[in-house]
Design a protein around this ligand. Sequence first.
Ligand code: MG
Length: 417
Amino acid sequence: MILHIDMDAYFASLEAQACPSLKGRPLAVGALPGSRGVVASASYEAREFGIRAGMPAAHARRLCPRVEFVPCHPGLYIHTSRRILRRLLGFTPKVEMSGIDEAFLDIGDLLPRGADEGIVWQEAERLAGEVSAAVLSEFGLSCSAGVGPNKAIAKMASKVRKPGGLTLLGESRFRQLFWPQPVERLYGVGAKTASALMIYGIETIGELAATRASLLSRRFGVYGEALHALAWGRDDSPVVPSHASPPAKSLGHEHTLERDLETTDDALSLILALTDRVAADMRREGYAGRCVRIKIRYSDFSALTRQRVLAHPTLETRDLYRTARDLFLDHYCGTGIRLLGVTAAQLQPAEGRAQLPLFPQDRRYRELLQAVDGIRDHFGAHSLLPAGAMRPARAGAGEEEDRRDRRPARPVEPVSR
Ligand SMILES: [Mg+2]
């Protein structure tokens, strides 16, 4: 028996939670209305106006002029998704996250063995209710649940009553409910397959089920057989457990130069570029860091690593840069440099917008960073650089390396200046 959990309007719900004045209002997360981007997620209030994910922001605004547009905060969504996974693992180790806001739980082991079928379904229903209630009470997020004898039915069941519903479907009930529906509703069937099926006069799931499997496999190969089985509500794919990946201990970038750097200005410009990339990674993955580390390798290959602990964790480029710059100026011995590295360590989850800065100028800086992240998501990591990082001497030179450490935690050594 499989339970499928699907969060309702996941991004929009998290944004409304981070900014309570948005609660209960039509909300479009993603592109801003002046841009050419699309809506990534719409609250149920916005869906009443016909606003959907994937719709251009300008179109959404025409449908509902008072819709609130909010930029995406991927770090928050990923971090919360990991926390939800950890919570679900408290019910069973057999949890598979599928995408950022959906999960399959194999609940077979949690149900009474050899019991009457009615009792088994009753127990499955109770368990599904318990899981949804835990997600709602512990994360303040509503989800829809589906229970079925396999992944395909469970996934299709969770879509039946959205938002906040629970649907249990056995194979025969599944056929009753889904056979009259268009083939696109079948798990794993996209618009392309649907239009290929249309050529054979197959428009509903029932018509697909009534088609000979041999005909489907002649046209679609192995996939044809799977399609036929799915139409009958049969799916033997297992739940493949996702493990809550260990949180990163540090995030860093380093750069090996083709020609040695000789001046402090050039070195600082590279340190700014590296810090900027580290900070962008931290925001994307939802971390703040308390420790900044720099690495200098001189032309004679001697290397030096120095670190400093900040008073507060931060994910802002300028705080990280100031510390990296001071470390460099304190320790640089004035000869040629062949490699520089910047790393943020002692990472901890940044709770998204929950820690909004106190002062207006800091809020503006945070908004600037969000805008920069948005532009880079769209146009690539190199589409924007801090002006101070753009020095012609370095253009195109050398190799950069992404350094992240996910080794298990070691006892933390006391760090001094
Ligand atoms: Mg969802």
